[in-house]
Write a protein that binds this ligand. Structure first.
Ligand code: GTB
Length: 216
């Protein structure tokens, strides 16, 4: 069964791995599934061919044997559910790993997205500086709470799981802001995630893809 993921033809980050295909590539590497990549140019994201795969005209999309999935969380859950390695076999531990996936997407990522919006999309608005303060406060509050929960543990709940993959992926989006530097426990947690061979393979693959498709 060939797995195909759809990502940006040219990621705006130029291959820094910040777009959401990286987390899907990482999960694919963790579960040991080979995949092919379809790059979509920005203007084509909102055209019918891509909208048939993704109703919001975004990336990533995952296709496998007729199954078409969008939403990085759903894709990673699918991979973790279908293939071994990313969810514990103990039912309670499995539920907690899924809980951490939701926590990453619902309780941590939103304010990180707000930071990117206020910096890039809304930076010229007269209220942008005030909003930036509020958004940074919100992020720091969550990071303090997360850091307290992680403590000196290696991963959020026992063995590395899809919950950690998602949380590290979300926290990685803070890297350019420098905010993580004030949270050494979380910075080390993210580094542990990045050091995993599967992450390294995923990062290199997206980097090579972006380099190969970069405009001349
Ligand atoms: N909830 C969805 C998911 O988790 O899959 C969100 C998908 C999403 O926001 N996709 C973005 C997209 O397709 C790309 S990842 N945007 C185009 C559009 O909406 O028209 C967000 C992203 C993009 C670029 C960078 N970067 O260059 O640093 C980082 C993150």
């Amino acid at each position: 069964m060939t797995i195909v993921i759809t990502c940006f033809e040219h990621s705006p980050d130029g291959g820094k791995g910040l777009a959401r295909d990286t987390r899907v590539r990482w999960a694919l590497e963790e579960v040991g599934r080979p995949y092919e990549v379809r790059g979509v140019p920005f203007p084509k994201l909102k055209e019918p061919e891509h909208l048939a795969r993704h109703p919001f005209g975004q990336i990533p999309v995952f296709e496998e044997d007729g199954l078409v999935l969008f939403e990085s969380g759903a894709i990673i859950f699918h991979l973790a559910d279908r293939y071994g390695g990313l969810l514990p076999s103990d039912p309670d531990a499995r539920s907690r790993a899924i809980m951490w996936m939701f926590a990453a997407l619902n309780s941590v990522e939103p304010s990180i997205l707000d930071l990117q919006n206020v910096k890039f999309a809304e930076g010229d608005k007269p209220w942008a500086a005030d909003r930036l303060i509020v958004v940074k406060d919100r992020i720091e509050q969550r990071l303090r709470q997360l850091s307290a929960r992680l403590g000196h543990a290696e991963w959020l709940d026992g063995e590395f799981s899809a919950g950690d993959l998602m949380m590290v992926s979300v926290l990685l989006r803070l890297k350019p802001s420098g905010i993580l530097n004030a949270f050494p426990t979380l910075a080390a947690y993210v580094e542990r995630g990045e050091a995993r061979p599967a992450y390294q393979r995923a990062f290199t693959a997206q980097q090579s893809f972006n380099a190969a498709s970069a405009p001349a």
